[in-house]
Design a protein around this ligand. Sequence first.
Ligand code: C5P
Length: 230
Amino acid sequence: MKPPVPIVTIDGPSSSGKGTISRIVAARVGWHLLDSGALYRLVALGAALRNFDPDDVEQHVSVARTMKVQFGSVGDGQEQVLLEGQDVTRKIRTEEAGAGASRVAVWPAVRAALTDRQRAFAQPPGLVADGRDMGTVIFPDAQLKVFLTASAEERAQRRHKQLIEKGSAASLAALSREIAERDQRDMSRQVAPLKPAPDAHLLDSTGLSIEAVVERVLSLGRERGLWPKA
Ligand code: C5P
């Protein structure tokens, strides 16, 4: 059964450009956006802020269930994320928060605790959902599933550029290593491992501009009648 609210899922490995592409596509077609990675980042951060034991699954499950999160934008459309009313927009985007997210994401109970929260984002007129298991687990009946990849070198370079632009110091070699480690953990975990849904459209963005990838996703949606031709 197709979900009543149309859904496009964009899954793929770290720094494949999913976040950027999903945000632009959602804005162009006027749909809601689910950045599911941010939820995992928020669980790790929320537990750390409460001085919880990094290895205690139950404590992380309680954060996943009870944390108060607000996604919004400020001024010129810059994203803003509030956790318990506190602005954590920058904090959740650090490499440390990403690594923390990938550690808590291996726990099935944490994933289960986030399932309904993620499904609640499916509101009219439609949802673009970005993550690792959007098309395989959370929205298996989505109308369009994209699996976005790029070579490991290109992903490390994109991440490096992003961090430099944000004024953070970053070594390309260290980033490549971190990306490889995170891919390995995301692909080899038992529950909801990173893999394309059987009906996903594979899109390799290596060497493609952001606009070219956005156009490709928009045209796949048009072919499926998800949004108008124009
Ligand atoms: O996409 P992002 O880099 O923000 O995700 C951070 C981490 O959260 C990923 O490395 C992955 O381990 C986890 N994650 C996940 N399932 C999702 C989204 C993210 O396991 N749907």
